[in-house]
Design a protein around this ligand. Sequence first.
Ligand SMILES: CC(C)(COP(=O)(O)OP(=O)(O)OC[C@H]1O[C@@H](n2cnc3c(N)ncnc32)[C@H](O)[C@@H]1OP(=O)(O)O)[C@@H](O)C(=O)NCCC(=O)NCCS
Length: 204
Amino acid sequence: MSLKSSETPGFALREATEHDDQAVHEVVTAAFGHHDGVGDLWTEVIDRRLVRASIVAVEGDEIVGHVGVSHAWLDARRALVEVWMLSPLSTRPDRQRRGIGTALVVAAIEAGRASGVPALFIEGSPSFYGARGFKSASARGFVPASARTPDLAFQVVTFDAHEEWMTGALVYHDVWWEHDSAGLRDPGLAELEELLGQSRTHVR
Ligand SMILES: CC(C)(COP(=O)(O)OP(=O)(O)OC[C@H]1O[C@@H](n2cnc3c(N)ncnc32)[C@H](O)[C@@H]1OP(=O)(O)O)[C@@H](O)C(=O)NCCC(=O)NCCS
């Protein structure tokens, strides 16, 4: 994968290397907070060789943003299909709202497109990701890995390699369950559903 520098002045994107692991952990932890353990989750994704793309935003020598993309499966009737999932996406708090997150999402989508994988999934804000190329995954017939994933949060970008039969349930590797990082739990889930005015969580 080759990345062009961002056209936005002030930062550039490049692929992460193993020398960046510590700095990436710090950026992810700064963005999500220590209590969430998302930095540790990404370290385990690296250790288990599940990384499919890892892109950093840099200002000079400093890493100020990161997007991680990892391996998952789609449990289609005909075959188990490799797909990618985008998570985590992190911009250091003091560098947010300057376009870094958007540039990282665009780069992750381009990496997926270039790889020949059929689909890239995300559980996240429909306003943020919907404005950056993602569409409702359940509307395309995909089923989230957890029944606790709010329907609106379950989104996908499909690529040329996607074929009509490639539908079914998204399956996460154990690391996501060990970190309890699939879907939402109450009270946050209940609060979100109340905010939406009805239960939109996917029900299987
Ligand atoms: C989400 C995040 C990566 C965005 O990074 P960023 O560099 O600020 O992104 P950009 O500057 O390209 O875009 C900023 C936009 O994202 C919006 N945004 C930020 N967090 C958001 C969220 N959780 N839900 C919806 N929109 C969000 C901002 O309101 C802003 O909107 P605007 O452009 O209309 O003003 C950053 O806020 C972050 O690291 N948050 C903490 C970790 C996180 O929640 N990651 C995403 C998990 S799915």
